[in-house]
Design a protein around this ligand. Structure first.
Ligand code: NAP
Length: 460
């Protein structure tokens, strides 16, 4: 048995999942030793690299994370990639328990012909690019095309469509990457098609995010009234207690009634519509859109089934926004069909379907449950994982670390890794805020790791 106050825990990933795990540990055992590992020199995961720049209120959750980082016993190890600089088994040797909270860095694929043509991109790439994520600064998007297609109708689609349709002057006071602002000032598509494979009652987006599209200046949101005639299963669903579905329908109906007012830009929703092929000579020029029928799935929902007819949309840019996907790390089990680390309530198990735990190894967030839920969802998710970790420590299931965590500092130094501490990050943070000040922006991010390390080295 390890008393909870004496536990030494590593957390891998510094997004909401990682920070809420740290908070749950600190609440149970104030002063507990937590080392948080992050592959970038900067913390906050998707709050920094995913949340849209024009949603500063959502980003303000970083203040909560800063308070967690300020607690005694907390240390930050930025610029250390687990699976590269240190292996997952090595990490486990040095800590009593490891919580993996590294999210879902990749994305799902459509699996249709033409998906790899130039001009076809993942939402992950575009979102990372406009947010100045170092992995995506080299990406290029031809925003001079007249029409773009976004596949999927979740909140990531809402973000992409809003960023493309909003007057760049209104984005100039956000932390949008400067190169993205320049590109958007030069051009952006006039028509944005959103393809939803199921109906309006199954839209995965939430109502405030959907409603925002109707508030963008100079934009008509177009919905075909025929698409709002609901099948029996959807009608029954709306009569239930899904307030999001009911409220989304209110927005779709409003737009269907308003119709086309001749605004310079259009967002066009297509329901029961799936891309079946991307066409073009080296570059996407057209999207073949198959019509679907919505049939009961036997569990109170509907599934999309090809109806056998199709139309073609002209579009020079396609974003698949159909969900993120977790990536395996060597030395940890992985469920390839779901893109998660197999686990039972956050306890990692040897393989999918197994109930044999891997002692001392835990998961939380998207790598535990898949890429669903908003930032706050991670709180309860982390509480479950940490609850199991603490009870395993108390019942003696966890084998104490074989080696001292301090030995890792030497190991990382020998491997030439420049570890970024929380103080280093705060120096980077101050420099970014200072860079943004002249233009009235909350910050201007460094978009290369080398630039971040330079700032940290200067202030050492
Ligand atoms: P999501 O909410 O899961 O939406 C994915 C969409 O892709 C759904 O419409 C889904 O349709 C569709 N889809 C999946 N596979 C498809 C396929 N093969 N062909 C066509 N369509 C397909 O995912 P997300 O938008 O990536 O968002 C991830 C999570 O982050 C969500 O929980 C979201 O709420 C959250 N988020 C929140 C905010 C915010 O709060 N402002 C912003 C961004 C993201 P089906 O429903 O038919 O499967």
């Amino acid at each position: 048995m390890i008393p909870r106050g004496e536990l030494r825990v590593a957390i891998v990933g510094s997004g909401p999942a990682g920070f809420y795990a740290a908070e749950a540990l600190q609440k149970a055992a104030p002063g507990i030793a937590i080392d948080m590992y992050e592959r970038l020199p900067t913390p906050y995961g998707l709050v920094r690299g995913g949340v849209a720049p024009d949603h500063p209120r959502i980003k303000s959750v970083t203040r909560v994370f800063d308070r967690i980082a300020a607690q005694p016993g907390f240390r930050f190890f930025g610029n250390v990639q687990i699976g590269e600089a240190l292996s997952a088994p090595e990490l486990r040797l040095h800590y009593d328990a490891v919580i993996h909270a590294f999210g879902a860095a990749s994305d799902r694929h459509l699996g249709i012909p033409g998906e790899d043509l130039a001009g076809s991109h993942s939402a992950t790439e575009f979102v990372g690019w406009y947010n100045g994520h170092p992995d995506y600064v080299e990406s290029r998007f031809d925003l001079s095309v007249s029409a773009a297609v976004v596949v999927g109708i979740g909140n990531v689609t809402m973000d992409i469509v809003r960023i493309l349709a909003t007057d760049p002057d209104q984005l100039a006071t956000t932390d949008l990457a400067p190169y993205a602002l320049d590109a958007l000032r030069r051009a952006s598509p006039r028509t944005l098609h959103v393809l939803s494979r199921r109906g309006p009652a199954q839209a995965a987006c939430t109502t405030p995010e959907l409603r925002e599209l109707g508030d963008i200046d100079g934009v008509d949101v177009l919905v075909d009234p025929a698409d709002l005639e609901l099948d029996p299963v959807s009608a029954a669903h709306l009569a239930g207690d899904d307030r999001t579905a009911v409220n989304n329908l209110v927005e779709f109906r409003r737009w269907a009634e308003r119709g086309n007012t001749g605004a310079p830009r259009q967002i066009v929703f297509h329901f029961a519509a799936s891309p079946t092929a991307l066409l073009g000579d080296g570059r996407v020029a057209q999207v073949v859109v198959g019509r679907n029928r919505l049939l009961p799935d036997g569990h109170g929902d509907v599934r999309a089934v090809p109806a056998g007819t199709s139309t073609t949309l002209d579009a020079g840019l396609v974003f698949r926004s159909i969900g993120y996907r977790g990536v395996a790390i060597d030395g940890l089990p992985f469920d390839d069909s779901r893109g998660v680390i197999p686990n039972v309530g956050g306890r990692v198990v040897e393989s999918p379907g197994s109930s044999t735990p891997v002692p001392g190894v835990y998961v939380t967030g998207w790598i535990k449950r898949g890429p669903q839920g908003v930032i706050g969802t991670n709180k309860a998710c982390a509480a479950e994982t940490v609850g199991h970790l603490l009870s395993d420590a108390e019942s003696g299931v966890i084998v104490p670390a074989e080696r001292r965590a301090a030995q890792l500092d030497d190991l990382l130094a020998r491997r030439g890794v420049r570890v970024i501490s929380w103080d280093d990050w705060q120096a980077i943070d101050r420099a970014e805020v200072a860079r943004g000040l002249p233009a009235g922006r909350p910050r201007e991010k460094f978009t290369s790791i080398a630039a971040m390390l330079d700032v940290a080295n200067l202030t050492r």
